[in-house]
Design a protein around this ligand. Structure first.
Ligand SMILES: [Zn+2]
Ligand SMILES: [Zn+2]
Length: 491
């Protein structure tokens, strides 16, 4: 069947001036774009009433299993006191016999502290509870969980429910591993629903515990058509052989070079402004990373690694440079997050063909006046965070992502944040911001031409919005009205 979508302003993203009035779709693909509505026989005509069409958004960095799972549990974002946290938890239904909660930000609570293990035990004496900090780098658990988890290292002597570093990972992994098959499907289905509603037709998703367990990778590879939205999986492991065995074109994800600013574990070159004793943590040695990167590069795998602080970015960049200098490949090795960078580092990133998978929403949340960055890093360094304009100026491949569950799965919110970066010198145009979530995102996974663009023979994946993203005074208010995947209306 042929369908003609007409009476719309269609931004193909082939170039900034590639704007059309009608689009012919056949067998799930775009056949032709028209500057005026053509007279065609044997077509179903869909009148879009002057609305706006863009390629379906692609979020290049999510933890969709966790995002879906936690969305089935409790969102603590609105809590302002410990009492409210307790109330939200008390009303939360378990998934696979476990209570999940996320978006816990102790800095936003009146008490400015985490709930204690005793407070959680009072509500849930028997059901394991996991409260994840907003950045995912700390969590709070109750006794029912602490007594069941097999700890690799003894819990700290002053343990009061709060965990960070490796304990945080062990606890989260234990919880995720307890989720049964029905719970896993439920989580991904929920994730797909949330993704589609916010205009995404593909999302890159990190799968596994960061070590050697790729968890649901095979399931996602085998069921790519099942969820409506396309999941692009990353085996979040450091075992190259296993990634090859999975036939994955890539390896990594939030495998951690360092931690996060909020937990003071991001590795920085100069000590934290609010803690002159600390420069954060590099989680692995240079030798560890070089060995992994050399091996993955030799197998033509795209590599993705979580780096927040400038010291961590430099550690990984140095390894990427070594393998690229020895044997340059267009694999688009990724630095995920890349929050704090110098000019020199950006030049090196460009020269070594490295790409950046970034989260504009981090700037929105943390870069403001007297925000977290300023408190932890000082004013000067804050101006060197999330440097989108400097990155575009160098023509580095940069893509947009939410790091969902860390920030909402919301490309429109990400575009708005990118256009309004706190440091005015680092703001980018709406068109560039849109590229981060469409064409650039498609290039990151070598899917250019298939998705992220509307042109002859591209997939007919597109969104219909009520206002024009490229000419709006309040991008954040723009509504996704319809979402099509391979020409089929899903929202
Ligand atoms: Zn990360
Ligand atoms: Zn992540």
């Amino acid at each position: 069947m042929r369908t003609l979508f007409h009476n719309a302003k269609i931004y193909s993203m082939q170039s900034e001036d590639s704007v059309w009035a009608a689009m012919l779709v056949e067998n799930g693909e775009v056949k032709e774009l028209f500057s005026e509505t053509p007279e065609l026989a044997d077509v179903q005509k869909i009148d879009l009433n002057g609305k706006y069409i863009y390629p379906g958004f692609i979020d290049t960095h999510t933890h969709s299993f966790e995002g879906g799972l936690y969305s089935l549990g409790a969102d603590l974002n609105s809590a302002q006191t410990i009492a409210q946290v307790k109330q939200i938890l008390a009303e939360t239904k378990p998934v696979s016999g476990l209570i999940f909660a996320y978006q816990l930000d102790e800095r936003k609570l009146a008490e400015e502290r985490f709930p204690t293990i005793a407070e959680l035990d009072a509500i849930f004496p028997d059901t394991p509870v996991l409260l994840r900090r907003i950045d995912g780098h700390s969590c709070v658990i109750n006794t029912a969980a602490a007594s069941k988890i097999e700890w690799q290292e003894k819990l700290p002597a002053n343990f009061n429910g709060l965990l960070n570093k490796r304990w945080n990972d062990v606890a989260a992994t234990w919880f995720h591993n307890q989720v049964d098959a029905a719970g896993i499907w439920q989580a991904y289905e929920k994730a797909a629903q949330i993704g589609l509603k916010s205009g995404h037709t593909a999302i890159h998703t990190m799968i596994g515990d960061g070590n050697s367990d790729p968890q649901h990778c095979e399931m996602i590879f085998a069921n790519s058509e099942r969820f409506g939205l396309e999941f692009i999986p990353y085996p979040q492991i450091t075992d190259v052989e296993m990634a090859v065995k999975l036939k994955s074109p890539r390896i990594g994800g939030c495998i951690l070079a360092d931690g996060s600013f909020g937990s003071h574990t991001a590795a920085v070159k100069q000590a934290y402004t609010d803690n002159p004793e600390s420069k954060g943590n590099l989680y692995h040695s240079d030798e560890f990373w070089l060995k992994l990167i050399e091996k993955a590069h030799a197998h033509d795998l795209q590599i993705a690694i979580h780096c927040i602080g400038d010291r961590a970015i430099e550690q990984i960049l140095t390894c990427y440079e070594k393998v690229q200098n020895a044997d340059f490949k267009n694999l688009n090795h990724q630095i995920i997050h890349a929050e704090l960078t110098s000019d020199t580092m950006l030049d090196r990133i460009k020269n070594s063909g490295v790409s950046l998978a970034m989260q504009p929403m981090f700037d929105r949340l943390w870069a403001g006046k007297a925000g977290m960055y300023e408190k932890l890093l000082g004013k000067q360094r804050t101006s060197h965070t999330n440097r989108l304009a400097s990155i575009f100026k160098r023509n580095i491949l940069v893509t947009g992502g939410s790091d969902w569950y860390v920030t909402p799965l919301d490309a429109i919110g990400g575009i708005q944040a990118a256009v309004n970066i706190h440091n005015v010198d680092e703001r980018i145009s709406p068109y560039h911001a849109l590229e981060m979530y469409t064409t650039n995102a498609a290039r990151l996974s070598s899917d250019e031409g298939r998705i992220g663009v509307l042109k002859t023979n591209s997939q007919a994946d597109f969104v219909v919005t009520d206002q024009d993203i490229l000419h709006s005074h309040n991008i954040g208010k723009i509504k996704i009205e319809q979402v099509y995947k391979k020409g089929k209306k899903l929202i």
